[in-house]
Design a protein around this ligand. Structure first.
Ligand SMILES: *Cc1c(COP(=O)(O)O)cnc(C)c1O
Length: 371
């Protein structure tokens, strides 16, 4: 039995009529950028998140970069980012010209630890940029309270958390603005790169509608030095076809996560994900930790099971930030997790039988090796 870490074909098989209709609608319209599909998707996505505005952009990285640009965050400014997470979050800050200031994670949730936040705030700090990592929101009430006390803007990285909730609000509606990615592997994925910003701030949304299109809303009138960062009509149409299925697809992920918890608890030295009472994760990834990570990954590969490591090199040790002044040992939790995390297959088209094969294989690894 094969269990791929990601396979996009079953999603097409399930939604073929809707996706084919979306494709034909755009082809027949003869309009491919900044049109009715994008406008409709923006309204539908904003409603699903529970915010007033959604601005479609080219990808998740630029969604965050454009918010920072719109705020005027640049050289001399600092943005607090998670030490444990994806490098795109840091790159958004770097491309805006500001300095990423890493904050270590809460060791139980892997998300930015609010208890470590205040100590990192300086007069140059402008923004806090937490990630809702692996599909579970960061502790936003705590982060928002600290940010408010210090007059900081809160930008969520909601790339992995479409539909996740924190108390009574959804990811993307938990700060002042959120950057979202619709990269194909995300819980809500387009069929190429795509992204968006969600916010209740009308002025910010209006500025972003300029910034994503060379700083212009009226042809050849450029109000700001913007980027070219647009979400195409075709991708917006595909996203409109998929959005009505997001809740059901997330529910399938939740059921599979429950099955992992039931079968992997107490197996070897495995550390399972921790879900605080206020969190409703959508299991973008199902991430376990073990000291035997590399051997387990190799064993699973021999059994036809695909796994990944999110992420093997913490951003501060990546070559991209060589020369930025960080060294091994600077962020011990991020470094420890990078050595121990393993993402097991999860997704709306993984079957319970496939998942049981993964669990049996993990159990077999620890039983036979006596670890
Ligand atoms: C995918 C992802 C991004 C980047 O999104 P792109 O659309 O690929 O640019 C940023 N942050 C996190 C946490 C992600 O998972």
């Amino acid at each position: 039995m094969n269990v791929p870490i990601l396979d996009l074909k079953p999603a097409y098989d399930e939604l073929r009529p809707e996706l084919d209709a979306a494709y034909h609608r755009v082809m027949e319209s003869g309009w491919v950028l900044l049109g009715r599909e994008l406008e409709a998707f923006e309204a539908e996505y904003a409603a699903s998140v529970g915010v007033a505005h959604c601005v479609g952009v080219a990808n998740g990285l630029e969604a965050m970069q454009l918010v920072l640009m719109a705020l005027g965050v640049g050289p001399g400014d600092e943005v607090i980012v998670p030490s444990h997470g994806y490098i795109a979050t840091w790159l958004a800050v770097t491309h805006a010209g500001a300095k990423p200031v890493p904050c270590e994670p809460d060791p139980s949730t892997y998300n930015l630890d609010p208890a470590r936040l205040t100590a990192l705030i300086t007069p140059r700090t402008k923004v806090v940029l937490p990630i809702h990592l692996y599909g579970q929101t960061a502790d936003m009430p705590a982060i928002n309270a600290i940010a408010e006390r210090h007059g900081l803007f809160v930008l969520e990285d909601a790339a992995q958390s479409h539909g996740a909730r924190c108390g009574d609000r959804a990811a993307g509606a938990l700060g002042h603005a959120a950057g979202v990615s619709f990269y194909p592997s995300k819980n809500l994925g387009a069929l190429a790169d795509a992204g968006a910003v969600t916010t209740n701030d009308a002025q910010l949304a209006e500025k972003l509608r300029h910034l994503r299109n060379y700083g212009s809303k009226v042809r050849y009138r450029h109000e700001y030095p913007g980027l070219n960062s647009r979400l195409s009509e075709l991708q917006a149409a595909f996203l409109r076809a998929k959005l009505p299925h997001l809740a059901a697809w997330n529910a399938r992920r939740v059921a599979l996560a429950g099955r992992y918890f039931a079968q992997l608890r107490g197996v070897g030295d495995i550390v399972l994900p921790f879900v605080p009472s206020w969190a409703e994760p959508v299991w973008h990834l199902f991430v376990i930790r073990t000291a035997h990570r590399d051997a387990l990954q190799a064993h699973l590969a021999t059994r036809g099971i695909g796994t990944q490591i999110h992420y093997p090199i913490p951003p501060h040790l990546s070559n991209a930030y060589r020369g930025a002044g960080w060294h091994r040992g600077d962020f011990p939790l991020a470094e420890k997790f990078a050595a121990e995390v393993l993402s097991l297959p999860i997704g709306p088209h993984i079957t319970p039988e496939q998942l049981d094969h993964v669990c049996a294989s993990v159990q077999g690894f620890f039983t036979r090796s006596n670890r």
